[in-house]
Design a protein around this ligand. Structure first.
Ligand SMILES: NC(=O)c1ccc[n+]([C@@H]2O[C@H](COP(=O)([O-])OP(=O)(O)OC[C@H]3O[C@@H](n4cnc5c(N)ncnc54)[C@H](OP(=O)(O)O)[C@@H]3O)[C@@H](O)[C@H]2O)c1
Length: 230
């Protein structure tokens, strides 16, 4: 039994991650901006003593510190940085706005890396030492055949770069660090034309996280285990 900490768990991929990780018999710290507004998490908590739900707004340094303090030094074995945002859909060349871009970079790159940094003492107490960053194939430069999506693409590319550095920097401490593409998933972000459901995406990603070996650290994988080029 391991302890997972998962961000962005009030809906979509994050909520399904919580359900499946609990189903595997692990402990979960699930974070989201407003836990009091999420009946699904409340119901899961009622039925499951292994679930703890804590507030976290990634965009707030104070909120990140409150989360770290609430953990009170507890070990975390597996950290899944899942929360993310796409930004305004109309952000194309000609209409890009600095404030929108800055917010996406903060939520999708800077905050998850700073959160990981703040949780290192907890992660070092863990036995698994696995870090997963939910990225996107849209962050792959070699896969960019359609242009656009400046905010989201640049954020996920930067997230991949940070994950690579973390893999190298934490390799002496036997951490395994992965960038993961969840597939095109039926969620609010993925929209109604997406190709797979959260169940398929999450089952696949958990298998990838669980089976990753040291040699896989610092690489980019899809939910089905396929390697993705940067
Ligand atoms: N769906 C896809 O096809 C797809 C494809 C590739 C990658 N991804 C990635 O997969 C991850 C999960 O996406 P999803 O499809 O489940 O999207 P989603 O349904 O839009 O969920 C996004 C999650 O991120 C949370 N979040 C956003 N900003 C936050 C903040 N400042 N602080 C804390 N939480 C915040 C949201 O919370 P609120 O409800 O409070 O906003 C929500 O829980 C994201 O990193 C996304 O980029 C998704």
């Amino acid at each position: 039994m391991a302890k997972y900490l998962i961000t962005g768990t009030n809906r979509g991929i994050g909520l399904e991650l919580v359900k499946q990780v609990l189903g595997q018999g692990h402990d979960v710290v699930a974070t989201c901006r407003k836990p009091e507004n999420v009946p699904e998490l409340r119901d899961l908590q009622r039925a499951n003593a292994a679930l703890r739900v804590l507030p976290l707004d990634l965009a707030s340094a104070e909120s990140r510190q409150v989360l770290v303090d609430a953990l009170n030094g507890d070990a975390v074995d597996v950290l899944i940085n899942n929360a993310g945002m796409y930004g305004p859909r109309d952000a194309n060349i000609g209409s890009l706005r600095e404030s929108d871009w800055a917010e996406v970079m903060l939520v999708d790159v800077i905050a998850p890396v700073l959160l990981t940094q703040a949780l290192l003492p907890n992660l070092r107490k863990g036995t698994e030492r696995r870090l997963a960053f939910i990225s996107s194939k849209m962050g792959s430069i070699s896969d960019n055949g359609s242009g656009g999506s400046y905010l989201y693409r640049t954020a996920k590319s930067a997230l991949n770069q940070a994950a690579k550095s973390l893999a190298i920097d934490l390799q002496p401490e036997q951490f395994i660090v992965l960038s993961l593409h969840p597939g095109w998933v039926l969620t609010d972000m993925g929209g109604p034309n997406a190709l797979i459901d959260t169940n398929t995406s999450v089952a696949g990603m958990l298998k990838v996280i669980d089976s990753a070996r040291p040699v896989d650290s610092g690489f980019f994988f899809a939910y089905d285990g396929a390697a993705i080029s940067w």
